[in-house]
Write a new protein. Structure first.
Length: 488
């Protein structure tokens, strides 16, 4: 424990119940490493408040003593966002005990949910009230509302319902001086200047601690349908999506995958079976839902639209899931791609976006450019075509030494891919945020205007840099920001 942390502890003893202060190294250990086991930090103090008052007491004490706080929810960040720094200077502030659903109002289509509520628990609670929170992702059994808000999470329903930014109607947060931003009221119109709520969405814990959010719900679905189609190219896939969109608003997911991704799943995931016969270069998984009894049944919709698309030459083969189990099996293929590719070998992975209409060309041209520039590697993208967001992976040549390849080769590949993304007008982080993984690249590739604005906002709201230092804003980036140090 550093001297500053001892002062913090002395300040908090008596103000917080003993349960909220954890110093046992064994209890802290699981929270020092990120989900991918890529980053490892040190921390001697884990704070676990259960109320907003307790969060405020912690943040005030941290501001007084200069101890940095690393907010943590489910710790499923893909970019090392919730991992404490290696120098042991920070305390972890876990929101997991703030896990109450304060209210669900089906008439208003709103839920008020504390930061530590796990996404799957919100799904279940909403369903009990005939409602649905229309955002889901692979980590739904662990990811929390605070983390989802703070990363502006996306997922597989963005096509229809947007990202967290669009689903958050209000936020309650403790700001870096310990004051409370009580912005939970769901106002359709609010013109009081800068939108603090939206500033906190996607802030990765660098501007304050989200303690609760008001979230938009939609009616629970009446029926869903899942279809699989084989197509010749990403261009045909996007044309297929546009046909669907012209005919219906029922499409929620439209996921594109290349033959390499399907092959990896079939090879490495037990029980996985190809949905359509034959060897096709590209595949799409489509989900559509009926939200009222009057909506056309998704299966009938698929029959009609896929038959039209086949006649127009856009679809080589297609099948509609005949049961919930088959629908789940189709989704399992999509959700297993990362695991299957990990089993295949090392890969430099990029979570990127470009304008939707540009994406088909980008996927093909960027993959060809990578293959040519880094002989022996194999590049391809898969994911949310309709959002202009794919996971663009460059797989290592067969037989390389994994650690050496990641250390010596992957960084140059990532810089190359990111340059292509920026040249296409895109973003080097579509879903996962910046965390510590993309800091250097954010600085390298951002315009001076963007960087200056990010730094000014951070310095203005968190002048002592106690909120998740070293994430999103590079350490030492801003002279005004003096991160708390282990020896302070
Ligand atoms: P953490 O990992 O604990 O934290 C994430 C960031 O938010 C950190 O910077 C942390 O400091 C900050 N933070 C956490 N809680 C708070 C709070 N209360 N106040 C302020 N800051 C806070 N992401 C997507 O967008 N789309 C996907 O499809 C997707 N799929 C995934 C699939 C898998 C298998 C996994 C493991 C991850 C996936 N992710 C995806 C990434 C991850 O699940 C999301 O980023 C999620 O939002 C993180 O939630 P969390 O509670 O685990 O947050």
């Amino acid at each position: 424990m550093t001297p500053a942390q001892n002062r913090l502890l002395a300040d908090l003893n008596g103000r917080l119940p003993p349960r909220a202060i954890v110093t046992d190294p064994d209890a802290i250990a699981p929270w020092l490493t990120d989900w991918r086991k890529r980053w490892r930090g040190r921390a001697s103090l884990l704070l676990e408040p259960a109320t907003v008052d307790e969060v405020q007491a912690i943040v005030r004490a941290a501001a007084l003593t200069g101890v940095a706080l690393v907010p943590q929810g489910g710790n499923t960040s893909m970019v090392g966002g919730a991992t404490p720094p290696e120098d042991g200077s920070a305390a972890i502030l876990s929101l997991r005990r703030m896990n109450r659903i304060r209210a669900i109002d089906p008439d208003a289509g709103l839920a008020v949910v504390e930061a530590g509520v796990i996404l799957a628990d919100l799904h279940a609670a909403a369903l009990e009230r005939g409602q649905r929170f229309p955002l889901t992702l692979g980590a739904r059994g662990s990811a929390t509302i605070g983390g989802l808000v703070s990363t502006n999470a996306g997922g597989t329903q963005v096509l229809r319902f947007g990202t967290m930014r669009g689903l958050v109607a209000g936020i309650e947060a403790v700001l870096p001086d310990g004051s409370l931003h009580d912005g939970l009221a769901a106002l359709k119109k609010d013109n009081r200047g800068y939108d603090l709520t939206q500033l906190l969405v996607g802030a990765e814990g660098t501007l304050g601690i989200v303690t609760a959010a008001t979230l938009k719900l939609v009616p629970a679905i009446v029926a869903r349908g899942v279809a699989w189609a084989a197509v010749a190219s990403p261009t045909d896939a996007l044309a297929l999506l546009r046909r669907f969109e012209a005919a219906t608003r029922a499409v929620e997911s439209f996921e594109l995958l290349p033959r390499e991704s399907l092959a990896a799943v079939l090879r490495h995931i037990p029980g996985a079976r190809a949905p359509v016969a034959g060897d096709h270069p590209w595949h799409v998984l489509i989900e559509a839902t009926a939200m009222t009894p009057d909506d056309e049944a998704p299966a009938a919709l698929f029959e009609r639209l896929l038959a039209d698309a086949a006649t127009a030459g856009l679809v080589a083969d297609a099948t509609i899931a005949a049961s919930e189990a088959q629908a789940e099996a189709f989704w399992r293929i999509r959700d297993s791609i990362s695991d299957a590719e990990r089993a295949t070998g090392p890969a430099a992975q990029h979570d990127i976006s470009v304008p939707v209409e540009t994406m088909p060309r980008f996927m093909v041209e960027a993959a060809a450019a990578c293959d040519a520039r880094f002989p022996g590697t194999r590049a391809s993208g898969f994911g949310h075509l309709g959002d202009g967001n794919v996971h663009f992976h460059v797989r290592a040549p067969a037989g390389v030494d994994r650690d050496r390849w990641y250390a010596d080769e992957a960084p140059a590949i990532t810089r190359f891919v990111n340059d292509l993304v920026v040249a296409a007008g895109g973003s080097i982080s579509a879903e996962h945020g910046i965390g510590q993984m993309k800091l250097t690249e954010l600085v390298r590739l951002s315009s001076p205007a963007r960087l200056a604005a990010l730094r000014a906002i951070k310095a203005g709201l968190d002048p002592r840099n106690i909120m998740n230092p070293g994430k999103l804003i590079a350490p030492g980036d801003t002279p005004e920001l003096a991160p708390a140090r282990a020896d302070e």
